[in-house]
Write a protein that binds this ligand. Structure first.
Ligand code: GAR
Length: 206
């Protein structure tokens, strides 16, 4: 059987990308390869991490391009790489309807809160300032709205009294790295169905 091909889109540090790459290398996401890593920023540490792993990389700068024109470039690169599943990993851009329709149901994102709480930027700081006692992270399918779409997995972490944005973010990040690989495996195995907003796993897929 041909391996499933995932593409990772990132803008920065790339720790979620690295965790996915590690899971693929270790066989925790079986029969899969990382076909392409794309950054919209030259010099993103994540793209250096991908190069160090010997993976195919593309830097596609977004400066000066309108959203759909940019997304057409990215989609062309993803198609050229014969991408089965697109994983957003700290890719700090909203996708156009063109992109979402093109890869309908085959785009995942990770977000550092328990959605639908705290979408958008600095979700960990939003959670801290709101005073919630628990936060966490969410892997979800991507639709045309920000940090929305059916939820595949979530993980919960406690918020401690002495937390800062940084300590809370670090606690959440460890869970991000764990659940993103698990969610990618679930989705690539295809043993689930979507009912409304709910992602229901087949009994055998648990
Ligand atoms: C992660 O915490 C991810 O959840 C967040 O950006 C960070 C990227 O870190 N994404 C969002 O906030 C999306 N709305 P990384 O580059 O080390 O993976």
């Amino acid at each position: 059987m041909e391996k499933k091909r995932i593409a990772v889109l990132l803008s920065g540090r790339g720790s979620n990308f690295d965790a996915l790459a590690e899971s693929v290398a270790a066989g925790r996401i079986p029969e899969t390869e990382i076909a392409l890593v794309v950054s919209n920023r030259e010099g993103a540490p994540g793209i250096e991490k991908a190069r160090a792993r010997g993976l195919a990389t593309r830097v596609i700068p977004s400066k000066g391009l309108e959203r759909e024109a940019y997304d057409r470039l990215v989609v062309a690169a993803l198609e050229e790489a014969r991408t089965d599943l697109v994983c957003l990993a700290g890719f700090m851009r909203l996708l156009s309807p063109y992109f979402v329709e093109h890869f309908g149901g085959r785009i995942l994102n990770i977000h550092p809160s328990l959605l639908p709480a705290f979408p958008g930027l600095e979700a960990q700081r939003q959670a801290l300032e709101h005073g919630v006692r628990f936060s966490g992270c969410t892997v979800h399918f991507v639709d045309e709205n920000l940090d929305a779409g059916p939820i595949v997995l979530q993980a919960v972490v406690p918020v401690r009294d002495d937390d800062t944005g940084e300590t809370l973010a670090a606690r959440i990040l460890a869970e991000e790295h764990r659940i993103y690989s698990e969610a990618v495996r679930i989705v690539l195995e295809g043993r689930y169905r979507i009912e409304g907003r709910r992602v229901i796993r087949d009994a055998a897929g648990r």
